[in-house]
Design a protein around this ligand. Structure first.
Ligand code: C5P
Ligand code: C5P
Ligand code: ZN
Length: 480
């Protein structure tokens, strides 16, 4: 980890020193984190570090750090807070509602410019580190936990596993390789015997699924004609003369010979190219995968991608506690419930994707973007995931950002925006577009260049969309 910018090392030190000082004074720290896989992993990393140091810790997950939630947190008069995987977009609100609380922010979302910076605000972007690919919220939490535990001569190596899960959960290795801090953390985990990084087919369920199921379940990248279809996946393997079963047990990806694996890889890439997927995206089916060596073989926790999906299944269906418990090492009843949620989550995502394909005319071409409103049909918590699936599936004619709306509670509307690397390279910054447009309709928004979100009042969707489209058109022509 020698490559960390000096200033970042220094700021981590200072924040860790501050935390230790307050804990020694008897203050109980509250960790507030985001509800997705990265957020749950980040919260669990900090929680484990505090508990390992011998102090109590209260950890809570929330859907998004909106002003309503900040006001609710403030009403409990917390003395000391650590915010992970969000906070940088809400610095002004946090300072306004919590002027007297001690606060450490560990985030990787694009920060907003504010006049008065809080003392312990550690955001990757402030150190020139790209928070959409080089480090996740759990990566930032890991850097902090590592610094903090080192002071007390405790190890933090086991926590590299959760840092990897968070990075994968946020799709940071979408290009096929881990970069920057993510890569360094994983290398650290490898040296300590916690992780293994290797190149493989990036099929979902490498550890746990019969191969034909792994093909059916893979949506990143999306394999047209195979993703979501069991019968087509079976037929595909049969044409390739790869057996579904050997000696009465299902063949898993791990069971293939080198030659079979090669045959399968070539066929999958060709299949995608036939369906107009650009070769560089099709080749993304092969890439780096992370194995968690301390987890039981043939369980979803052994593979970083499946672990992350399991956490998303818990968090996005509002069973944060179960996800957090699994991160903290629970492998009994709560883990079994998490497995049930994973199954339901996959079924639900498939049904949402089906809804989109059957209602394809609802996706409107709005110039620089595509947009659709799912109303009550798709849960606000997974509308972003579904928008990503639509973008990856290439069922739309052109490569443009997708802006998806879904009804939310309290007369509001959830917005999720998804793009890809190609669009970012052409100038698109969805986080900035969400911030710009939401401010114009009395909403709240932000995020990353490649994926962002907002919450806006119902009835103002068209106006919001007009602002988003304008901003993105401006970005594509060289503006910010
Ligand atoms: O709030 P947070 O940073 O944890 O979430 C990042 C979001 O961005 C995730 O939902 C992830 O799926 C999405 N993402 C994406 N494509 C990428 C990178 C991230 O859709 N290339
Ligand atoms: O909710 P969704 O998955 O679409 O969010 C995409 C990204 O935008 C996430 O990183 C999320 O934290 C961020 N976001 C945000 N402010 C919001 C909504 C989402 O920063 N109001
Ligand atoms: Zn994150």
């Amino acid at each position: 980890m020698d490559a960390l910018p000096k200033k970042l090392k220094h700021d981590l030190e200072e924040a860790a020193e501050f935390l230790l000082h307050r804990l020694n004074e008897g203050v109980v720290v509250r960790v507030i984190t985001h509800h997705d896989a990265d957020g749950l992993s980040a919260g669990a990393i900090v929680h484990t570090a505090v508990v390992r140091a011998g102090f109590p810790c209260e950890t809570r997950c929330v859907k998004q750090l909106e002003s309503r939630i900040i006001a609710e947190i403030a009403s409990e008069k917390p003395e000391l807070l650590i915010l992970t995987d969000f906070g940088s977009g809400q610095v002004d609100l946090l300072q306004q509602h919590l002027p007297d609380a001690g606060m450490i922010i560990l985030d990787h979302h694009q920060p907003r410019e504010v006049e008065d910076e809080p003392e312990y605000h550690i955001n990757s972007h402030s150190y020139g580190i790209d928070g959409s690919r080089e480090v996740s919220g759990s990566g930032m939490a890991y850097l902090f936990a590592r610094t903090f535990l080192k002071k007390l001569e405790h190890s933090s190596a086991d926590l590299t596993a959760l840092a990897a899960v968070g990075a994968v959960g946020d799709l940071q290795e979408n290009s096929g390789t881990f970069r920057g801090i993510n890569r360094e953390i994983i290398r650290e985990g490898e040296r300590e015997g916690v992780l293994r990084l290797e190149k493989d087919l990036r099929l979902f369920g490498r550890q746990t699924r019969p191969l034909y199921k792994a093909i059916e379940y893979t949506t990143e990248p999306f394999i047209p004609g195979l993703s979501g279809s069991e019968s087509a996946s079976l037929q595909f393997l049969s044409e390739l003369e790869i057996p579904v079963k050997r000696d009465d047990s299902f063949v898993m990806l791990a069971d293939l010979t080198q030659e079979e694996r090669q045959r399968l890889t070539t066929a999958l890439i060709l299949k995608m190219i036939e369906h107009r997927i650009p070769p560089h995206i099709a080749e993304g089916i092969v890439g780096e995968v992370v194995t968690l060596l301390k987890e039981e073989k043939r369980t979803p926790l052994r593979d970083a991608k499946e672990f992350a999906t399991l956490l998303n299944a818990c968090g996005k269906h509002e069973h944060y506690g179960i996800g957090l418990a699994v991160c903290l090492g629970e492998r009994g009843e709560l883990y079994r419930r998490a497995l049930g949620m994973l199954r339901k989550h996959r079924e639900y995502l498939n049904s949402c994707y089906d809804w989109v394909t059957k209602n394809i005319e609802k996706i409107r071409d709005e110039g620089a973007v595509y947009a659709f409103h799912a109303g009550e049909e798709i849960d606000e918590n997974v509308i972003g995931t579904v928008a990503g699936m639509v973008l990856n599936s290439r069922i739309l004619g052109e490569v443009k950002p997708i802006i998806a709306f879904a009804s939310a509670e309290d007369g509001e509307v959830k917005v999720s925006a998804r793009g890809n690397r190609e669009l970012v390279e052409r100038g698109v910054n969805l986080g900035k577009a969400m911030l710009y447009a939401s401010e114009r309709v009395a909403g709240e928004g932000g995020g990353h260049d490649v994926a962002a979100g907002a919450k806006i009042p119902r009835g103002r969707e068209e106006e919001f969309l007009k602002h988003v489209e304008e901003k993105i058109r401006e970005q594509l022509s060289g503006g910010v």
